[in-house]
Write a protein that binds this ligand. Sequence first.
Ligand code: 13P
Ligand code: SF4
Length: 328
Amino acid sequence: MNVEKGYVDEPIEEGIDLRKEILRLKKERNAVIMAHYYQREEIQQLADHIGDSLALAQLAAKTDAPVIVLCGVHFMGETAKILCPDKTVIVPDLSAGCSLADSCPADEFEQFVKAHPGYTVISYVNTSAAVKAVTDVVVTSSNAKEIVGSLPQDQKIIFGPDRNLGNYINSITGREMLLWDGACHVHEKFSAAKLADLKREHPGAKVLVHPECPKPVRIMADKVGSTQALLNFAVDDESQEFIVCTESGILFEMQRRCPEKTFIPAPPDDGKCACNECEYMKLITLEKLYNSLKFMAPEITVDADIAQRAVQPIQRMLDISRDLGIIK
Ligand code: 13P
Ligand code: SF4
C-alpha cells in the first residue's frame, strides 16, 4: 500500500459506487465517520456526525466505535487520538494541515511560555499536539470567551496562536491577554471593502463572521461566533438573507437546515473566486475516504509522552465546557 503522499494512493476499482462502498466498508470496519462543517458537501452527506471543532472533540471522547475516520484537518485527528488512545483514528489525507497551527511552531511557543512564568497558557484547538503539551487549557471558538471568563480577572494569560480570536476575546472581556502572532490564511483573506460592497447590494442581509477574521471585518458583523454558533444564529434568526464570512463549506449545512433562506459567501480579497475555501479541508475526497476505509490507513499517531501531557488541557476544556453548560 502506497501512503507516501499522506493518503492511500492505490487505484480504485472501475465503475464502483463509491458512496455505497464507503457505507459498506464503514459497517464492516465498525467505524464512525465524523466531518467538520468545512468538508466537501459529499463528505458531509456521508458522515455519521458533522460538527465544529468542539463537537468533534466531544464526539470522539464519547464514541463506542473502535475506529474513527475524521474528515477534517490533522489537528482534529490528533485531538481525537489523544482523547481515545486505544482507538484507530484515521484522517484520509494526513497532509490536510492548518495554516493557523503551522503559524505556531511548538519549540518557539515553548520558549515564549518559558519566558513568561506565572501566566496561564490558553491554546486554541487549532494547534499541534506538541503545543497542547505546553498548554494549561485548550479552547475552541465555541467556548474561548467563557473559558477565559472563568479565570480570575487579574490572572495573566498567554493566548495562542490566533491573534484575531485573541484580540476579539480581549475586546469583549476587557482582558489584556498576551497574544501569539498567528493567523489563519483563509479568514485573514476576507476583505472589509468587499464585505461593505456586498452589504450595499443586500441591505437586508445579516452578516455572520468567524472570530478568526480580522477586526475590520469583525466589526461589520451582526453575529461573531464559531461555525456552530453561526449556524445556530442562521437557523434561529428571522432574517431571510445572510452574508457568511467563514469557510464556504458551512453553507451546505446552513442551506440544508434553512432551505428557504439565502446564504451569500463573502469573497476573499484576491478577487479570483466568489467564496473562500480552505484548501486543506478540501483535500479530503470520496476516493481518499474510500481507500482509507479499505486499507485502514493513514492512521494518526501521537508520541506517547506528548499525548500524556496534551490530554490534560483538552480534558480540562471538556470539563469546564460541561460545568459551564456549553456542552452536555
Ligand atoms: P470551528 O471551531 O468554528 O469549527 O472552526 C475551526 C476552524 O478551523 C476555523 O477555521
Ligand atoms: Fe486551519 Fe484556517 Fe483551514 Fe480552519 S480554515 S483548518 S484555521 S487553515
